[in-house]
Write a protein that binds this ligand. Sequence first.
Ligand SMILES: [Zn+2]
Ligand SMILES: [Zn+2]
Length: 345
Amino acid sequence: MPIARARAIDSPTGSFHPAEITRREPGPTEIVFENKFAGICHSDIHTVRQEWGPIKYPIVPGHELAGIVTQVGSAVDKYKVGDRVGVGCYIDSCGHCELCAGGQEQFCEEAIYTYNDTGRDGLPTVGGYSTLFTVEAGYALRIPDSIPLDAAAPLLCAGITTYAPLKKWGAAPGKRVAIVGMGGLGHMGVQISAAMGAETAVISQTRSKEADGRRFGATEYYALSEPGTLKKLRKSFDLIVSTVSAELDLDAMIGCLKVGGALVNVGLPEHASTVRLPNLVGGNRILAGSQLAGVAETQEMLDFCGEHGLAAQVEVISADEIDAAYDKVVSSQVRYRYVIDTSTI
Ligand SMILES: [Zn+2]
Ligand SMILES: [Zn+2]
């Protein structure tokens, strides 16, 4: 059995420590890859700290993996040893329900998440803060050669989370799109929206990230800390993608939509939100949500990023820095994604 090194944590207030884990030998339809980099997603922190409910410890989080194939099962023809692959938030699903058949495996009732879940073998799934990973070949993604592996890892969650709503809701030339929040998700959203040809604006809390926002492709930048910002933006956008988990003034945000425009939420605020429905009714506006995407669309996103030269802006850290990195993610100090160099695990 392949033995991997990992970083695990034993309680919501604990620290990460080295651990040894065992990965499955690949079944006929599985591959094993050497995981080179693991992105730190804000969801890892919410999960580990039990902010989304109780979990089982110890836990090895991580659902932004990028590495190199080292073993392939006998029936795998999609990958060969040496291929560059990634794994995102889920590693399996039933493969035949309406959702799987329709390319929305992420919502399959039997979807298996990369960590904090139970695999088909009945064992807990062990995430990406580790040096090896065994996965069904059909749930691994091919990373284009033009994207460095460290900058590719965050695409598996942050990239697809923003690509899917931008595509579904029509970011394109002639459309005006606003990305709310410019953290791990938002900095990918800005790049992808601009690459899709939309006139792209950032709506952030302050102007501290303005130069970066413009470098990522935004042509406009607005700060919520400046009074009257949303009032000035009334009826401005065809599409607004909100990436923030903080409470938003949804009514004011909806007011920034043109007639028929859509506000799509990909952040997960902890508390219930209120909306004045007349704000939607008057103007045929849409309030929607979006979570991840299926395998095929995730591959499409990676290929799109490869073709357009897009990648995450990352700060590569060693495994000993995970605890400190968590605190910096929570206090919005990261620019824009921490990625663990797994050779330091
Ligand atoms: Zn994530
Ligand atoms: Zn299914």
